[in-house]
Design a protein around this ligand. Sequence first.
Ligand code: AMP
Ligand code: ZN
Length: 469
Amino acid sequence: MKIYNTLSKRKEEFVPIEEGKVRMYVCGPTVYNLIHIGNARPMIVFDTVRRYMEHKGYEVNYVSNFTDVDDKIIKAAIEEGVDASVISKRYIEECKKDMEALNVKPATTHPLATEEIPGMLDMISTLIEKGHAYVAEDGTVYFRTRSFKEYGKLSHKNLDDLQGGNRSLLVSGADQKEDPLDFVLWKPKKEGEPYWESAWCDGRPGWHIECSVMSKKYLGDEIDIHAGGEDLVFPHHENEIAQSEAANGKTFARYWMHNAFLNIDNKKMSKSLGNFFTVRDISEKYDLQVLRFFMLSAHYRSQLNFSADLMEAAKNGLDRIITSVENVKYLLDNASKVELTGEEKALLEEAKALEKKFDEAMDDDFNTAHAISAIFELVKLANTKAVPESSKEFLQGLLDEIRLLSNICGLIVDKKEEMLDGDIEALIEERQAARKDKNFQRADEIRNLLLEKGIVLEDTREGVKWKRA
Ligand code: AMP
Ligand code: ZN
């Protein structure tokens, strides 16, 4: 399996630190409003990386944070006249709903910045002790960038270039810094802002320290993969490397993966241009599986342009797979022959060869665009070779193969079956009867069965009511 490493600017064979295990950290969103479709790109892409690695047999420890203390959150809280935690909690919940609808698996751990302050204070103290950080007069703690000799190795920037020519690349800062390149680890509180006590001042962390600390706590000093959008390469990831490697004395992450940006109508997404969509906006028009399919139809390191036409094309593509699955399922339900014929055996071998093609595309730096074309070839094979005379074994084999590859991409290709009102009511009656007989096991079974089909029961004084979730 080859991964393009931003650090070396080339594809490298993936060798995990510990055999059979992957330690992976993905920078998560700042939670001050609903996530937009750009934020969804790294979520979908790296969830697919995780799923493929799990398919290959790796045990993946996947950590992704929520940045829940930040200027934008504080600003939103002031505007609404509520505590910052009200804003962050609300949007974490909303983000989790979007992730579920996008079929993004929950991380092994989703740490929150505000719950990891003690670890941040520890790491900052270590950096001060080792001479990599210093405390300014007002209690701000800065990282001494030039003390970390390898600074710039990820973004391939040279310290002197940063200092000289291109001022836009300078890390913003105050005049109390020893050097304009130094960045904030801890800053004093401002009136009305959340703060924590520290040896230097009452205040809050700079943005970069949280990821260094959470990664260390949940994955160890050295990890396999660190990922996020390409805008994070500099300064965020560069600063994370400086903090972690200076504090721990070890290589922070072996592979750095970055997804390219998602644009709208070939322009950068921006609120002011009005070309800005949240994931929730898209869900009003499309099943979010279509958005997932759309994202995976391009390689993650290619810029991707969002447009109505491309979404329609994605919808048609996904529908083709879903329809094929429906057909094969129908044929399977009605098939009478059981055993494979010689010809069918050869066709299932063709299907296996397409699985290999899929794997080869994914092994080549997760080329989901090529992997999806292998799924389409499989669909074509199913559409032409699955017939009413086919054997059950053959049809099941085809179905398993399409489901397997789609599932690695996190695509749900089985249509949700809608239950008819009459069937729901019959089950509710059966549940009532079971309860009367004190057969609570059966009653629970029925409730869960309905829940699986998206039917929620509510026991009220006027009897049982139900609704579709
Ligand atoms: P933020 O909340 O801005 O820190 O972003 C969360 C994640 O979304 C980061 O990995 C960003 O790099 C990524 N991201 C933000 N905007 C876009 C975009 N337009 N396209 C792709 N990724 C993005
Ligand atoms: Zn981060």
